[in-house]
Design a protein around this ligand. Structure first.
Ligand code: IFM
Length: 444
């Protein structure tokens, strides 16, 4: 398939199509006076990242952004979703700002607007300044104040041109994946650290929302990731494990912000390790947001792990076709979460699909990059989104992850999610077949 059998005209008027990326994965963290982050030290530790790679150069978007934005605008995108690097703006995480860092985002946002796209910013997409990590990072309650101060600094400078902002991308990854599973920085596997991060992430989200509201910032959202989870087997233990996994992954943060509580079984498992006084924090955590963003990629089949301990899950390989990172392709899951969020906690707030896409083993062939599997993936997921719209769910936009091939965290540069191929030696950008298919669909 080389054509996306869909067109913009099938979507509601004003629907935003966007491309997404993040600071550490694309910019090149070594440029422009950014401070060190826990991702730099995590990546410098043998065994954490494939091939010992890191984000110091990444796609060199720091220097190539005009070309990247030109390509996005030529594709017909309405919006550009990017993140701001805390350590680029405030190298120590608190205190003095780096004017070169603020200038960079200032120019970037002007560049996005000049090309007729809307800037969708995220304040935290995972690279925590090292001095804050040294003070316990997400385990330290003070992170809520540090984060609110950072949000204030950023928005005073660029808030006037930001179309929309979300404080934290994918809270589950920041807390659980990084403190319980140890797969992302800071690489911990500790339940006390996890419980603290699971609470301080939504607390910091709420603090940043309040700081931005105090400046009059509009259009503030919450972006969470969702994974369709089903019991791997029909027995009671698998059903219980899948339900708990669902609470931790899909419901903890959303429920905290929108319903003012944590899901009961997940809380029962973490309760002994929660920071004192957590029950009093929901007024801050549940500060109103204006929209909800859903990041969706795959489903998992889950059963209980051998120890029977809280959080011991075993993933069983499913039968569906898989992407290059081994994730099952299950587009119905997107519809499931659009419905779930809409019915259980949106209470009328508009939804966005803020990330969706696939890793594929792409390489140039005679100047072209034939990523037909990605075209099918995008088509299937966009069709599910249209079903949601057809059933009355207010979905306002869709962002493909990602625009560029980039640093895929612990998997390094080998796993390619972009609709634009990046040669990481020459930094040459080559639009893939999916880029051209999207361009055609967006023009009709
Ligand atoms: O690359 C990541 C991104 O940083 C967050 N969402 C999932 C993507 C693919 O793994």
């Amino acid at each position: 398939m080389t054509v996306l059998k869909l067109s913009r005209s099938q979507f509601p008027a004003g629907f935003q199509f966007g491309a997404a990326g993040s600071s550490y994965q694309t910019e090149g963290h070594g440029f422009g006076g950014a401070g060190g982050t826990h991702w730099d030290s995590f990546a410098a530790t043998p065994g954490n990242v494939a091939n010992g790679e890191n984000g110091s150069i990444a796609c060199d978007h720091y220097h190539h952004w005009p070309q990247d934005l030109d390509l996005a605008a030529e594709c017909g995108f309405d919006a550009w979703r990017f993140s701001i690097s805390w350590a680029r703006v405030i190298p120590d995480g608190y205190g003095a700002a780096n004017s070169a860092g603020l200038d960079f985002y200032d120019r970037l946002i002007d560049g996005i607007c000049a090309r007729g796209m809307k800037p969708f910013a995220t304040l935290y997409h995972w690279e925590l300044p090292s001095p804050l990590a040294d003070r316990g990072g997400w385990m330290n309650r003070d992170i809520a104040d540090w984060f609110a101060d950072y949000a204030d600094t950023v928005m005073r400078r660029i808030g006037d041109r930001i179309h929309s902002v979300a404080p934290i991308n994918e809270p589950w990854c920041v807390a659980w994946l990084s403190h319980f599973m140890g797969l992302h920085a800071p690489g911990l596997r500790d339940i006390r650290a996890t419980a603290r991060a699971m609470h301080h992430v939504p607390l910091a989200h709420g603090a940043a929302v309040q700081a931005m509201r105090a400046l009059g910032q509009k259009n503030i959202g919450l972006v969470a990731n969702f994974e369709r989870v089903l019991p791997a087997f029909a027995d009671a233990a698998s059903c219980r494990a899948a339900d708990l996994y669902d609470q931790i992954y899909n419901r903890w943060f959303l429920s905290a912000v929108r319903l003012g509580e944590y899901p009961a079984d997940a809380l029962a498992g973490l309760a002994a390790h929660m920071p004192a006084g957590w029950e009093q924090d929901f007024a801050q955590i549940s500060t109103d947001v204006d929209w909800i963003g859903i990041n969706y990629y795959t489903r998992k089949l889950i059963t209980a792990g051998p120890t029977g301990m809280f959080g011991d899950f075993r993933e069983v390989e499913g039968p569906l076709p898989k992407t290059d990172v081994g994730w099952e392709i299950h587009s119905e899951g997107l519809l499931h979460f659009l419905k779930m969020v809409w019915e259980e906690c949106a209470r009328g707030l508009p939804l966005y699909v803020t990330e969706n896409g696939m890793a594929n083993a792409d390489f140039p062939v005679a100047g072209a990059v034939p990523d037909n599997a990605r075209i099918s993936y995008l088509q299937d997921h966009l069709r599910q989104l249209l079903r949601a719209v057809g059933s009355g769910i207010d979905v306002r936009g869709y962002f493909v992850w990602s625009f560029l091939d980039n640093f895929e965290w612990s998997l390094g540069y080998a796993k390619r999610f972009g609709i634009v191929h990046v040669d990481f030696d020459s930094m040459r950008r080559t639009p893939k077949a999916s880029y051209f298919a999207l361009r055609q669909a967006l023009s009709r």
